[in-house]
Structure formats: structure tokens, C-alpha cells
Design a protein around this ligand. Structure first.
Ligand SMILES: [Ca+2]
Ligand SMILES: [Ca+2]
Ligand SMILES: [Ca+2]
Ligand SMILES: [Ca+2]
Length: 281
């Protein structure tokens, strides 16, 4: 796995330089195990109703862990979630996330992510319904705002450091989306604000991912959520993110050298523990 100038090493070096490290033990923070914080009940979000889809119970981890499916169907990336009504949704919150980084001692769990994938022969489609009590978009670095991160290991080789077949997509609550590690793929996305959160539809083309499409194909896949609630942190950054939760396969062994100064393995610098996305169900 190589790191190239201007590629993963630069981005990951930048991330490491921010001091985004795992100072706090989530289990040691008052309220970390509570479900209803800041006036929202994360287990019964209004946002799924806003999107016209059924909310999924977040209290029970999915089986098998870290596995999700992309139904074979086309999607219009327009901010309307009607075509997702019968999707195979996966959900995570602070209780079921594979990993948490809490940056503010004032932070209380107040974010929940319901996501689904679909695929056509030309594009991979993703939908996210995010419950978040305070949607904040105020930083130059979009991962310091309310945003979704998507991790793709197209070869499914779980080889640790990000290589040419691995991608990190960041989708912000205001609809700004990017491919963080390389110029391609182009990420198309539409974000919609809701009463207590936001929704995002996104797509990337299999051609730009340089990955062949086939029904039954299995790729490495993970999702993270950044929660900025305007709280004080110890980090020297412009309105930094307050918490991060990740969905991936925590039962797999991490690459200990891949994330450098980080005390915990993180999916944005280590593909070893990504989950699995299966095309078609
Ligand atoms: Ca749509
Ligand atoms: Ca921010
Ligand atoms: Ca890979
Ligand atoms: Ca927030």
C-alpha cells in the first residue's frame, strides 16, 4: 500500500495534526449511555417520518455485524427519499456504533444515523437519515461540521493503509460533498434539512471508482458521522467537531501502524476493519 504526495498521506497527516485524538473514554462521560439528550429521542426520530420511511430500531446491533446490502435499483439523487421507502436500512447510534471519539467533555450523545445503499449497473447510491439536535455547518474543513463519512474498499482486501482502490467520501449536512483522498470519484449529493437533523442522498459512478459492477459483488464499506454541536473542546481548530461515531466491523483486527498517533484504530486511516457491502440482497 503506497502513500503518495497529495494523496492519503497529506490528508491523513492533516487530520492527525489537528489533534483529533481520542482523549476521552465515552463510557466515562456522564450521559454517554443515555438515549434521549438535548430534547430528541434518538430511538424514535421524526426524521424518518420526514423522509417517508420507517424508522429502524437502533437498540439491537445488526446480524451479522458490519454487513449491509445494496439493492439493485436506480435512484434519483434529488433529496426525495420516496424510492428508499422499502430499502434495507442499517442504523447506528452511540449504543451500537463500533467506535466513538468524543472531543468535548460537554458532549452528550445526540446523533443517530440510518443508512441504506442501492446500486445500478453504473452507479452506487447512498441514503442517510441523520437525527441531530443541532445541525452545524460553520467550518472550512467539512469533517469539523455535521457530516457523514463513507469508506470504500473496492478490492475488499482490507489491507490497512488506503490504496488506489480505497476511497473516503465526506458528505456534509449542507450538501457539500467531496472525495477526500483523490480527485475522483466525483460525488453527487443532495442534502435536505429536517426538524431535528438532515438527510443526504449521494451517488458515485462505478466507472470513476474504477471498479467493475456485478450482482453479488462484495466490497469493504463503512460509515462515520461527525457531530458538531458548538461545544468547547481542547482542540485548536475553528469550531471543531465534538464527536464521531463509526459503523464498521469491530470484530476484525486493526492495522496498528496505519493510524500513527491515534490511540484507537480509525476507519478513515485503516481499511482493516471496514464492514461489508453486498450488491443485491
Ligand atoms: Ca431520491
Ligand atoms: Ca464546525
Ligand atoms: Ca483496499
Ligand atoms: Ca450537530
Amino acid at each position: 500500500m503506497k502513500r503518495t504526495a497529495g494523496g492519503p498521506a497529506v490528508l491523513l497527516g492533516t487530520l492527525a495534526a489537528t489533534g483529533m485524538c481520542c482523549t476521552f473514554d465515552p463510557s466515562g462521560i456522564p450521559g454517554a449511555t443515555e438515549n434521549s439528550i438535548h430534547g430528541i429521542d434518538a430511538s424514535n426520530p421524526d426524521n424518518a417520518a420526514d423522509a417517508g420511511v420507517a424508522p429502524v430500531d437502533a437498540s439491537t446491533p445488526e446480524e451479522p455485524p458490519g454487513t449491509t446490502w445494496a439493492e439493485l435499483a436506480g435512484v434519483e439523487v434529488d433529496g426525495s427519499f420516496g424510492e428508499w421507502a422499502s430499502a434495507a436500512w442499517t442504523v447506528f447510534d452511540h449504543r451500537t456504533a463500533a467506535h466513538a471519539d468524543l472531543y468535548s467533555r460537554s458532549y452528550s450523545p445526540s446523533v443517530r444515523v440510518q443508512f441504506a445503499a442501492r446500486s445500478s449497473s453504473s452507479e452506487l447510491f447512498l441514503a442517510f437519515i441523520v437525527s441531530d439536535n443541532d445541525v452545524v455547518v460553520d467550518s472550512d474543513r467539512i469533517w469539523d461540521d455535521d457530516s457523514i463519512e463513507v469508506y470504500l474498499d473496492l478490492a475488499g482486501d482490507a489491507s490497512g493503509l488506503y490504496g488506489d482502490d480505497d476511497h473516503l467520501l465526506i458528505l456534509r449536512a449542507d450538501g457539500r460533498c467531496l472525495s477526500a483522498l483523490r480527485q475522483f470519484p466525483t460525488v453527487k449529493c443532495v442534502a435536505v434539512p429536517w426538524s431535528s437533523g438532515y438527510g443526504i442522498e449521494a451517488s458515485v459512478s462505478w466507472e470513476e471508482l474504477r471498479a467493475g459492477y456485478s450482482p453479488g459483488k462484495t466490497i469493504g464499506f463503512g460509515v462515520g458521522v461527525n457531530d458538531d454541536d458548538r461545544l468547547p473542546t481542547d482542540r485548536d481548530a475553528q469550531s471543531p467537531v465534538d464527536a464521531y461515531y463509526g459503523w464498521f466491523d469491530s470484530s476484525r483486527q486493526p492495522c496498528k501502524e496505519c493510524c500513527r498517533d491515534w490511540e484507537h484504530p480509525e476507519p478513515w486511516c485503516d481499511t482493516s476493519r471496514l464492514g461489508t457491502l453486498i450488491l443485491s440482497r
